[in-house]
Design a protein around this ligand. Sequence first.
Ligand code: PLP
Length: 399
Amino acid sequence: MNKFDPATAIQRLDGRDANRGVNPAICDSATFTFPEAHLMTETFHGETEGYFLYSRHWNPSNLALCQALAAMEGTESAWVTGSGLAAITTALLHEVKSGDHILSSMTTYGGTFAFMNNWLKKFGVETTFVNFQDLDAVKKAIRPNTKVLYTETMNNPLLRMANIPELAKMAHAAGAKLIVDNTFTPMIFSPCRLGADVTVYSMTKFVNGKNDCVAGAICGSNEYINGLIDVNNGTAMLLGPVLDPMRSSSILKNVHTLHIRMQQHSKNAMYLATRFKEVGFKYNYPGLPEHPDYQLTCSMMNEGYGFGGMISIDMGTADKASKIMEIMQKKGVGYLAVSLGYFKTLFSNSGKSTSSEVPEDIQKEMGMSEGLIRFSVGLDNDIEATFQLIKESVEECNR
Ligand code: PLP
């Protein structure tokens, strides 16, 4: 376990604005003035500090959020985007050109899979998908033109863990970058501190935690982020997926409660996993020792945030999963909805929703059952009562 504490790193930042407001003022400007003309030219070339040019590039409200995210990740810098997929596609596009190769974990969020498998192909970038739990297979699949190894820390929806230190070594030995999506597990893991080059987030999920927006983030070194926003060649600057500063400002306030939320999500998911085990449900949760990646998880995690709020149960068939989810929603367990990291419990059948872009044969190869219900466990105060409702829902469906 690591002693790094992302929450304390954020709390040590001085977030006051010029008027000593405790929250940084919202900067509602697309463009910025310069007191002297030469400063504008120098800012264009990235040669000034403390000047802003244009909000597609940088904005003070975005900067305040990025400073908090960089502190949380232990990276030098960060940049925020209008969605998680924008963060992922920008980070990937920045590394590849036609003729290059990406090596990706077979199990990823469906949109990421579709982007690599379908969309990038049109531009001559090939992706191969392998089981990232099999490090020998990963090593064998690296090619001379491999530019990126891509994985989620805890993968979607099977909750298997990526061995980030080993994957980073392999990527670097091949002259490639390791890009990690840490959407499921903010604060629990700090991928860049474990060797990854870039960490991406869908902040739509736990980081913001309110389900009131879509947003994303890219975290990495100063050199990397400055490259992304370079006016001539920066993928972020030229594709323009920047997050609106008003939204940055609201997300920043939610980041300050993220540690408390993660602790409660983890506590509740651990409780449910323990109870699912007792009653004999087929479940996946990396926080119990029988999970195949339990030891790896413990070796990579930051102390004090638990094992995360994601858990899945396998109900065997898609029909049964659908019935149980409908009953659970009626009983008030939470909502039948995609997405995660909300204060209420959300559940969905992955094969029919967030992983539906992944062809069925690959779903099978990943080990994903058609009856898999993925839960994003909420901040419930009485989690035993929630467990009872889930159990009653399964019993009602079986009757
Ligand atoms: N990464 C993961 C692991 C996700 O689950 C999702 C969305 O469900 C995304 C990325 C995409 O994020 P967004 O919906 O914010 O674009």
